[in-house]
Each structure stands twice: as structure tokens, then as C-alpha cells.
Design a protein around this ligand. Structure first.
Ligand SMILES: C[S@@+](CC[C@H](N)C(=O)[O-])C[C@H]1O[C@@H](n2cnc3c(N)ncnc32)[C@H](O)[C@@H]1O
Length: 389
């Protein structure tokens, strides 16, 4: 495949130079916008470019709608401007401005078929109502956008004192080991709010029913394992996370019918012993991208050592590599993790190479329906003794 790409490289380069010289020419742009054959392409491209230019403002209009609970309010049915103004505490002028802004980006629909105009959820607004993880992420953007205020300073490493490095104390700590007593409640809640979507995606795409004993490393408040427990009543489930997070997990899991089925362990997954006995499945859900390559290999090695022969390590997180997930992985998480202070998004191939370096083989990529939530890569420990050098 690479050979073929290499063979066609000079042709690609010539075509790219020609195309770019045309697109950079304003009279060509005007001509393309007016010519019937190229008009639609020109419009689509200029719209895409403008969307990138204005993306921050779109996102902030969305944030205003979420913070004012507008979408939840409209999920109970269409409302008039006066009703929306009263519910959100905005003047009617401001409410109309916001509603028009949200209508233009498909979050709201305006129905003016009667004398009294009403406002309803648009297709994207309706999808948002059912997605508490996305709403939590939007609220969290106050911190993310604060840190991205000067993206060049961030890229040059001139802004280390970020809000995200404080929110994720283990990321800023040497070797990934957080200081004792660090505040973990805020990030644990943020993760829990978006976990259902990830868990559903993983469990719909990868059949765990063969497993008998499973360990979820960095399992947060246990939401992922609770979903596993609901679907697979026979798997013995273990969770390991930092002591303060594990305490939250114990309380939250203890309050559910899975209190006895999910065993919660406090510890540092880089240093402390893992629960006794071997596992046939070790999962790392949204863990690996938090760590640089050396730590990721160390963690995968420890995960491998916890397995029976024939056991599997499963990595699930948003990954780069497909058109659907490239922007969320490389653009969103690339900058997010930079502000956080550690880690990077990876393609399934890159994760596979880290797995190989950790002594795992038969690496497999498992496609999911929604790669923006998570993709999956698994690696196995060989059944026979093989030495890795
Ligand atoms: C990004 S969160 C993912 C949580 C959960 N797996 C999920 O997907 O919702 C990373 C988790 O790894 C845990 N973690 C980070 N460093 C750790 C360490 N050294 N030992 C154990 N857990 C750690 C964090 O406390 C946190 O719960």
C-alpha cells in the first residue's frame, strides 16, 4: 500500500501544487463561485472554511443554550419567545438573538406557520438532550477554552500553569503519579457523565461473554463495569484506581445491586500490586491517551503480566486514523492533552505497536459504530512461552 502511494507521489504533488495555486487566487475563487459546474463545490468549501473560522462562536452559542437549560426546556415541547425569555431570564431581544443563532446551526427550529411563532428543538438539539456527556463536555469548555486562549504559547510549552493540569492532577505529576490528597472528584464526575455512551459503544462492538475474570484499570467511579455487570452476569469484575477515586467508586457501586459483584481496589496502576490471581481480560478505557509512550508501554506490560495465557488486553478510547475520528482525536484531544500536560491521541496502528512493545501479540482493531466515542484495539498474551527481545 505504502509502495503504491510512494509511486504516485510525484503525480499527487503536481496536482496539489496546481490545485492550491488556483484556490489561492481570488479571481479563480470568484470565477468558480459563479460558474454553474463549480458553484456548489465553491460554496461548500467556503462554508467549511467559514465554519472553521467561526467555530468558537458557534460553540459558545451552544454553551449559552446548555447553561440556560434551553434544550431541556424545549424537550418538553415548543415554546413562545415570551415563555423562553421567562424561563431563561433573558430579555426577549436577547432570547431571540440566541434562538436565531441556534437555529442557524440546526440546534433549534422555528415554526412560524401560525400567528404566534414557536421555537422547538432542532435535530442536533434533540440529540443533545439525550447526551449528558456532551452537555458536561460543553460546560467543561470554560476551562478548556481558557487554556487554549493562546494556542501558540501552548504549543511552544510556554503555558504550563493550565486549568486542565490542575483538574487532572495525575497528568501533571512526574511519572503520572498524582500527589496524595489531590482533588479527584471533579474529573471523576466529568468522566462518569460521558461513560454511558462509551460503554454502550464498547459493549455493542466487542463481545465480552467469553471472559470469566476481568480487571478494569483506571476504572473511575465504576460506571463502565456496572454496564458490563448488567450485560454479563457471570463475569467476576475488578476495578483498580487511585485511592481517592476508588473510594468514590466503592460508595457509588455499593449503592447499587452490583455492590457484591464488583470488587474495588485502591492503588497506583504503575507501582502497586494488582489484585491477586490472573485475569483473562484487562481493560483500559480512556486511559492510554493520557500517557506518553514510555508510560503507556509500562502500563500495557503490567496489564499483560496480570493475564492468564490466552488473555486479552483491551484498549478503548477515541483514536485517530479514520476520517470520522481524526478531528476529535488529533484536533480536539491533541490540544486538550497538550493543555493537560501529558499524553497524546494515537491511531490503532500506533497502539498496536505499543502493545507489541509490551509483549502482546495478535493485535486486532475492532470497529465501532461511533468512533468519536471510542475505537477498540485488543492484544493477546501468547498461549505458549515466547520471548520478546
Ligand atoms: C480519563 S480517566 C478514565 C476513567 C474511566 N476509565 C472512564 O473511561 O470513564 C483516567 C482514570 O485513570 C485513573 N488513574 C490515573 N493515574 C492513575 C494511576 N497512577 N493509578 C491508578 N489509576 C490512575 C484516574 O484516577 C482516572 O479515573
Amino acid at each position: 500500500m505504502r509502495e503504491i502511494r510512494r509511486f504516485f507521489r510525484p503525480i499527487r504533488e503536481r496536482w496539489r501544487n496546481y490545485r492550491n495555486s488556483k484556490l489561492a487566487d481570488s479571481s479563480f475563487q470568484r470565477g468558480a463561485a459563479n460558474f454553474w459546474l463549480t458553484r456548489n463545490i465553491a460554496r461548500r468549501n467556503s462554508r467549511r472554511l467559514f465554519d472553521l473560522v467561526a467555530g468558537f462562536v458557534y460553540s459558545q452559542a451552544l454553551a449559552a443554550g446548555v447553561e440556560l437549560d434551553l434544550f431541556d426546556h424545549l424537550s418538553r415541547g415548543p415554546r413562545t419567545l415570551a415563555e423562553i425569555a421567562a424561563a431563561t431570564g433573558l430579555t426577549q431581544d436577547s432570547a431571540r438573538r440566541l434562538l436565531l443563532a441556534l437555529e442557524a446551526i440546526d440546534l433549534i427550529e422555528i415554526d412560524d406557520s401560525e400567528d404566534e411563532i414557536v421555537y422547538a428543538l432542532g435535530s442536533l438539539g434533540a440529540a443533545l438532550v439525550a447526551n449528558p456527556g456532551a452537555k458536561a463536555m460543553i460546560r467543561h469548555h470554560r476551562d478548556v477554552y481558557h487554556d487554549l486562549g493562546d494556542p501558540v504559547a501552548l504549543l511552544k510549552g510556554e503555558n504550563k500553569d493550565t486549568r486542565l493540569s490542575k483538574l487532572w492532577p495525575y497528568a501533571a505529576a512526574p511519572g503520572g503519579t498524582p500527589p496524595e490528597g489531590a482533588d479527584v472528584a471533579a474529573y471523576t464526575d466529568l468522566m462518569a457523565q460521558s461513560q454511558d455512551l462509551v460503554a454502550e459503544e464498547v459493549l455493542a462492538s466487542y463481545d465480552l461473554s467469553w471472559a470469566e475474570r476481568m480487571l478494569d484499570l483506571g476504572g473511575g467511579d465504576g460506571r463502565f463495569l456496572r454496564k458490563v455487570a448488567e450485560r454479563h452476569p457471570d463475569i467476576e469484575l475488578h476495578l483498580l484506581d487511585l485511592p481517592e477515586v476508588a473510594k468514590i467508586a466503592k460508595t457509588r457501586i455499593g449503592d447499587t445491586r452490583f455492590g457484591r459483584r464488583i470488587h474495588v481496589h485502591e492503588g497506583n496502576f504503575f507501582e502497586d500490586p494488582y489484585p491477586e490471581g490472573k485475569f483473562d481480560l484487562v481493560s483500559l478505557v480512556r486511559i492510554l491517551h493520557d500517557h506518553d509512550d514510555a508510560e503507556a508501554v509500562a502500563l500495557l506490560t503490567r496489564a499483560r503480566e496480570a493475564l492468564h495465557p490466552g488473555g486479552v488486553v483491551m484498549v478503548a478510547e477515541p483514536m485517530a486514523g479514520s476520517r470520522d475520528s481524526a478531528a476529535i482525536a488529533h484536533t480536539y484531544f491533541g490540544f486538550y492533552l497538550l493543555a493537560m500536560g501529558r499524553g497524546r491521541p494515537r491511531t490503532p496502528d500506533e497502539i498496536g505497536r505499543l502493545m507489541n512493545a509490551a509483549g502482546l501479540s495478535r493485535v486486532r482493531e475492532i470497529t465501532t459504530a461511533m468512533p468519536v466515542a471510542a475505537s477498540i484495539v485488543t492484544g493477546e498474551i501468547p498461549r505458549r512461552n515466547v520471548s520478546f527481545t
